[in-house]
Design a protein around this ligand. Structure first.
Ligand code: BGC
Length: 721
């Protein structure tokens, strides 16, 4: 269909039909849905009319070819003009083959892998009838109390932007009409949702526009530059105005400045939430503010549905705003090929063939191995097959390793750690006991664990948070492991045996009571469907850990937010002339996190030779190169992730103590050396000035090179303009 034909279709629509096109409802409202009629609680209270359902433009959370086909078929009969429904769903880190949570994928620093996980998710989802996924979530995160940090790739704007692009490429490919492999992506949550005060979900966000542009906005922008079709609003306020009613953010910035002409959807209920936020007295005012701000689709509330018509009739809202929104939605339907084939990729046959296929499971296993970060290893790992292992802890035999936003994945399909270990090395040397549940422990459980561990050569503890302890509305004010698990560690410590802990969780934790007690620590996050198999691969050295943290692990909760790209302050700790007291510090704990951004160990070791610069100056025309020789000094092959950071020593506004600019992964055999070369150009030194101009300043800089953001060599250079 041409744009002209779409416009002519719109001209045939009544005002009611147009407004309902902007409504998104959940599956149970629709004829043909298997849960039809199961509308209870708040959904029942919405009072949705049959007409609204018949005319609505999209549905969320309905998947499965059979059901999607049934619902679409019924809808085409019921809808006067036969306009197909768009099926949207949260396919965040896998459809049924569940990959590690995005924070874990972030720790892989591997864009090809990230893209591949999204491509597989898109393939499984598209044959199950999904057209749009509510992903990627690219909110920059600094506060591990926030449950949704597991949905993000971390605290760095550059890395988050690279991942945003990779996920969009994976979901959308180059051709959306490729209906058996691709879905449209919807980047979320615009904007700055990750900065919720106190790490409490839905809470206030307030920051300068400069800060937002510098750190929080780049990843959304990157997703759009990659062609992302949709944007979702955030629940939070931005400079005092909730995102879904924020005209400056949506119309001025997103649409006018960035030129985004795709579909903008509110988050679930976010339009109506303007009332409790306190910027709308009623639904009518909320509808007015959202449409003026540029929100096209209202998800799961009826402010548009019940009030836009009156606004048009009284002349306060121009009907052209509705027409534009409808056109954007119909254009997306057209791009997805729905006017030619409203069932698009939905295919029961292909679902059976593709979903959870061997190839997809293998990709999930590789992804989990590449995403788990080795945080400590005092010569305990890798395990040897002949070692007697006591596998203890609530995650030893648990399928709760998929993490939040894996609603279509099944815990029963997940490879548990015990199974993964036994499949790899047999059961002769592995004994297991639960020791405790996630938050409770009985004396009998503890006694059994102690007996099980008595004859072991090494104890492997499988610990963590259950998946409801993170994710949306999964915030915690205490980010240590639940107390009983710390007690379990202490009790087993009395046996005086080497101890390895494997953590299954959705956030950087306060590791007091863990890091200091165990000899080795592997952060597995929520590793997904093949989690147990992948962790077994790592524990037994079939895979050598390569992942690096993309979010700092705090020394203790009191430091939070703690992140690597912070400012220096006027009284930095450790400066040569610093006084003992009057410096920016805590009296009772270090300023530095326990484990910094970029940190992660391997089973081998690497040494860096002295780094060199091609020149001590960089100019507009002449970039400089930084070289360093890296040698594998251990006795097995391994990958090193060489990282380049920069600090601008004197900007027009204060610049962070370090900013990631580039990284390079190298694979080295034992004894092998390789020279790594980075090129640094003037563009990479640009930042937002006080007048919001994006530019660089002449002056002195430091380049840092190393295997994490803390242990680096420093080289000075000057930018002359
Ligand atoms: C979440 C979004 C999600 C939406 C639809 C909301 O509660 O914040 O991330 O896409 O629900 O499921």
């Amino acid at each position: 269909m041409s744009e002209q034909q779409l416009i002519s279709l719109i001209s045939q629509m009544t005002i009611e039909e147009k407004i309902s096109q902007l409504l998104q409802l959940a599956g149970p409202f629709f004829e043909g849905s298997e849960s039809q009629g199961e509308i209870t609680g708040p959904m029942a209270a919405m009072g949705v009319s049959d007409d609204s359902v018949r005319n609505s433009g999209s549905v969320l959370g309905l998947t499965g070819a059979k059901e999607v086909i049934q619902v679409q078929e019924a809808h085409l009969k019921n809808n006067r003009l036969g306009i197909p429904l768009l099926f949207m769903a949260d396919i965040v880190h896998g459809y049924k083959t569940i990959f590690p949570v995005p924070l874990a994928i972030g720790c892989s620093w591997d864009m090809d892998m990230a893209e591949n996980t999204a491509a597989i998710a898109a393939k499984e989802a598209s044959v199950a009838g999904v057209h749009v996924t509510f992903a990627p979530m690219v909110d920059l995160v600094r506060d591990p109390r926030w449950g949704r940090v597991m949905e993000s790739t971390g605290e760095d704007p550059f890395l988050n932007s690279e991942f945003a692009r990779a996920f969009v490429r994976g979901f959308q490919g180059t051709d959306l009409t490729d209906d058996h492999s691709r879905v449209a992506a919807c980047v979320k949550h615009f904007a700055a949702y990750g900065a919720a005060e106190g790490g409490r979900d839905y809470n206030t966000v307030d920051m300068s526009e400069r800060q937002m542009r510098e750190y929080y906005l780049p990843a959304y922008r990157a997703a759009l530059d990659e062609g992302c079709e949709m944007v979702m609003t955030a629940f939070n306020t931005v400079d005092g105005i909730p995102a879904s009613g924020n005209r400056r953010l949506m119309r001025d910035l997103l649409r006018d400045e960035w030129g985004f002409d795709g579909v903008l959807i509110s988050d679930w209920g976010a339009v109506k939430e303007m009332i409790p936020h306190g910027i709308a007295v009623n639904e009518a005012e909320a509808a007015y503010k959202a449409i003026q701000a540029g929100v096209d689709i209202e998800m799961m509330t009826l402010c548009y549905e019940n009030h836009l018509k009156a606004w048009i009739e009284n002349g306060q809202v121009n009907e052209s705003l509705i027409d534009e929104a409808v056109l954007r939605i119909l254009t997306l339907k057209h791009k997805l090929g729905l006017f030619d084939n409203p069932y698009r990729g939905a295919s029961i046959e292909l679902e059976e063939k593709l979903i959870l296929s061997e190839a997809h499971r293998q990709a999930a296993r590789d992804a989990a191995a590449k995403s788990s970060v080795l945080l400590k290893n005092d010569n305990v790992l890798p395990l040897k097959e002949e070692q007697k292992v006591a596998l203890i802890g609530p995650f030893s035999q648990s399928g709760d390793i998929l993490g939040p936003w894996s609603w279509l994945g099944s815990k029963e399909e997940a490879v548990q750690l015990y199974t993964g270990m036994v499949d790899l090395v047999g059961s002769t040397h592995i004994k297991t006991a639960q020791g405790c549940a996630i938050e409770t422990m009985t004396e009998a459980q503890l006694a059994e664990a102690l007996v099980t561990a008595q004859d072991a050569d090494v104890i492997v503890l499988a610990l963590g948070e259950h998946s409801d302890m993170s994710g949306e509305a999964g915030c915690r004010g205490d980010i240590t492991l639940p107390k009983v698990q710390l007690e379990l560690i202490t009790a087993l410590k009395s046996l005086n045996k080497p101890m390895v802990a494997v953590l299954f969780n959705g956030r950087p934790l306060d590791l007091h009571g863990v890091y200091d007690q165990v000899d080795a620590l592997l952060e597995a996050w929520y590793p997904g469907t093949e989690g147990g198999a992948a962790i077994a691969d790592l524990l037994y050295g079939r895979q050598n850990p390569t992942a690096r943290l993309t979010m700092s692990f705090p020394y203790a909760l009191g430091q939070v937010p703690v992140y690597y790209n912070h400012f220096n302050t006027g009284r930095p700790q450790g400066a040569p002339d610093a006084q003992i007291r009057y410096v920016s510090q805590y009296l009772d704990m270090p300023n530095e996190p326990l484990l910094p951004f970029g940190f992660g160990l391997s089973y081998t070791t690497f040494e860096y030779s002295e780094a060199t610069l091609s020149s001590s100056t960089i100019t507009m025309e002449q970039p400089l190169t930084i070289k360093v020789l890296v040698t594998n000094t251990g006795d097995r092959s391994g990958e090193e992730l060489v990282q380049l950071y920069v600090r601008d020593l004197s900007g027009e506004v204060v610049r962070p103590v370090k900013e990631l600019k580039a990284f390079s992964r190298i694979l080295l055999e034992p004894g092998e050396s390789q020279e790594v070369t980075f090129t640094l150009a003037e563009e990479q030194l640009r930042y937002h000035h006080s007048n919001l101009e994006f530019n660089s300043d002449s002056g002195d800089f430091i380049a840092f090179i190393g295997g994490n953001s803390r242990d680096v060599a420093e080289l000075k250079f000057t930018l002359t303009k």
